[in-house]
Design a protein around this ligand. Structure first.
Ligand code: M6R
Length: 605
């Protein structure tokens, strides 16, 4: 979704912004633009296409200026064309916007803007309203405008007669800001700030920030100066580079043993899971009668694994709800329901809104978030950060497995808090969890074998992925990965459901990926595999390395997974499925990190 950058200081703002927009490309976008406020007034360069096209456009004139704003647009209102790209200008106002202004039509009518706007966007309407209210006092114009807006917005604004200054205000859509050595910077995303500094802050909603070469000032909407709460990024710039890999997705898959270790180890004290750093009281884990996980996409799939673990090991009911559907099903959450919101970015709007609703209903809440200080982290009562570092590839990999790592820890702490496990049971569980990084390394070392296996589905039009129970949950994620990056239609199917219709679609042209990792499900899963093989399907099987396959001549393509306790087999199996998707995309020559139409951060409903 839209990326925002703003820089003011002593250096060439154009170069800083273009570099930052490249760092923000991963969010997903279709157009890019910058505006420079300099001695020659305000100059705008924008176009549909990639940041490199914008760079070419700027190179022709090489505009100079030390203050500017830049944007990558992911179209919502109005098609993909140069006019709709940001920045937008109306009168003395130039702005960039992330979010959706729901009442832009009413504002267009109210302020007689019909026929006066150059674009079809809701964002330009905000510039026009600001122009209407601007009488030389930017704060007052922003305050009066914001009170008229309905919807979500992160706005960075230049006023023609306020040289060297960038103003910003937001509601829901994020903005982070930081002081640099010689000025100040703001962005939708910490990734663009990391090359300058590790100290930053998340702008509070409905506050106005002013950036200048002298630093940053913040005021609330009544005009009172507000205090800034500084945070520290705990990853370095190298974490945001490809580190020699052709794509971020490969780098991020390979990083998993390290980041899982970094997620688990600080939370194991005296051999026991421990959330004292997060301040999470045991009571919240022991007293809840049920759990409701809210999340989207991959994060929701992590929730499904969590559900299997918690229901099996703790014996309480867990619902996993797609956050985008949460509000449409008359959600039943109350003070006895522990809500767990899972999100890599911490900005997914559906998850954020669902979480806010649950909190209003009195539910205690824990969020599992990767990006520090993100909206979901701040909206929940407690937060457990996954220490995955920046995840740049649109397809989530290391965020998923670190989310799982946190869910394993929560399950164990919950068992402790409820007195369900003996010391020995807890020790065995923690020991197995601590093995995960090494087991993953074992799988990663077989990357070439997985590449060969991926070749067996490279030319498929449709793929089915079958399994039961936990294996099915893993496959839902494996199937999403494949669809996302390879554009092959893939369906994860609970193998027991095949006979209820879908088996009709299985032919010799439909490869089937099957995962068999759970002892109690093995015989049923193998029968289902035989059923699809009888219909001509070629099966790519993932199974534990110690399993004996009676009729192994039927399986030409088998990946043998290192053995863990069944509950943990999700981890090695997931790595294989991630790599299968990656290699198919790579061998198709696709842009693995930036699949078409997808955005890394989904900040609109
Ligand atoms: O940032 P979040 O974890 O809240 O994002 C949720 C989904 O948009 C995300 O997991 C998406 O499904 C990924 N692209 C999947 O790889």
């Amino acid at each position: 979704m839209c990326g925002i950058i703003g820089y003011t200081g002593k250096n060439d703002a154009k170069e800083i912004m273009l570099d930052a927009l490249e760092l923000l490309e991963y969010r997903g976008y279709d157009s890019a633009g910058i505006a420079l406020l300099g001695e020659e007034g305000t100059r705008i360069y924008k176009r549909a296409g990639r940041v490199k096209d914008l760079r070419d456009l700027c190179a022709k004139e090489d505009p100079k200026g030390c203050c500017g704003i830049g944007h990558t647009r992911w179209a919502t209102h109005g098609g993909v064309c140069d006019e709709n790209a940001h920045p937008h200008r109306f009168g003395r106002i130039t702005l960039i916007h992330n979010g959706i202004i729901e009442n832009y039509r009413e504002l267009t009518e109210k302020y007689g803007l019909e026929g006066k706007l150059a674009s079809e966007t809701d964002s330009e309407v905000v510039a026009a309203v600001l122009e209407r209210f601007y009488d030389g006092d930017p704060y007052s114009a922003i305050r009066r405008t914001v009170l008229k807006l309905k919807g979500t917005f992160a706005l960075a604004i230049l006023f023609d007669d306020q040289p060297g200054k960038i103003f910003a205000v937001r509601n829901v859509s994020p903005i982070v800001a930081a002081a640099t050595k010689d000025g100040a910077i703001l962005s939708s995303d910490v990734a663009a700030i990391v090359p300058f500094t590790t100290d930053y802050f998340v702008m509070p909603e409905f506050h106005v920030v002013c950036l200048s070469a002298d630093g940053i000032e913040m005021f609330d909407l009544s005009g009172d100066k507000a205090q800034i709460d500084w945070l520290k990024v705990d990853w370095d710039v190298s974490r945001s580079s490809k580190g020699g890999y052709p794509f971020f997705m490969e780098k991020e898959i390979m990083e998993q043993p390290q980041v899982i270790e970094e997620t688990i180890l600080p939370r194991i004290k005296d051999g026991k899971p421990d959330f004292s750093e997060e301040g999470i009281p045991d009571q919240i884990l022991s007293d809840c009668k049920r759990i409701c996980v809210i999340a989207c996409g991959t994060a929701m799939h992590a929730g499904l694994v969590g559900k299997s673990l918690i229901q099996a090991m703790i014996g309480i009911h867990v619902d996993v709800v797609m956050a985008s559907e949460f509000m449409y099903n008359d959600p039943i959450v109350d003070k006895e329901t522990l809500v767990i919101a899972i999100s890599q970015s911490g900005e997914t709007i559906d998850t954020l809104e669902a979480l806010k609703f649950a909190r209003k209903c009195g539910s205690p809440s824990i969020s599992i978030v990767n990006v520090k200080g993100a909206s979901i982290a701040r909206a929940s009562e407690y937060v457990i950060y996954t220490n995955a570092g920046p995840e740049i590839a649109v397809a989530s990999t290391k965020a998923y497995t670190t989310q799982l790592a946190v869910l394993y820890l929560i399950t164990a702490r919950m068992a402790m808090a409820r007195g369900l496990w003996s010391e020995q049971e807890l020790a065995d569980y923690v020991k197995e969890l601590s093995r995960v990084p090494r087991v993953m390394e074992e799988v990663l070392s077989q990357k070439e074998e997985i590449h060969r296996l991926a070749g067996t589905i490279l030319n498929a039009k449709d793929v089915f992925m079958i399994g039961r129970g936990l294996d099915y949950s893993i496959l839902l994620e494996g199937s999403l990965k494949l669809k996302e990056v390879s554009y092959i239609h893939s369906e994860a199917y609970a193998s027991g459901e095949l006979k209820h219709g879908t088996i009709a679609l299985i032919t010799e042209d439909t490869p089937v990926v099957a995962v068999v990792t759970q002892d109690k499900l093995k015989s049923k899963e193998l029968s289902n595999i035989r059923e699809v093989q009888s219909r001509g399907a070629r099966v790519l099987l993932l199974i534990k390395e110690n399993e004996v396959l009676e009729d192994d001549e039927r399986f030409a393509n088998v990946f043998r997974l290192p053995v863990m306790a069944d509950a943990f087999m999700v981890m090695p199996a997931s790595v294989v499925l991630q790599f299968i998707a990656y290699f198919v995309s790579l061998d198709k020559g696709l842009d693995v990190d930036k699949p078409r139409n997808l955005a890394k951060v989904v900040t609109v409903e």
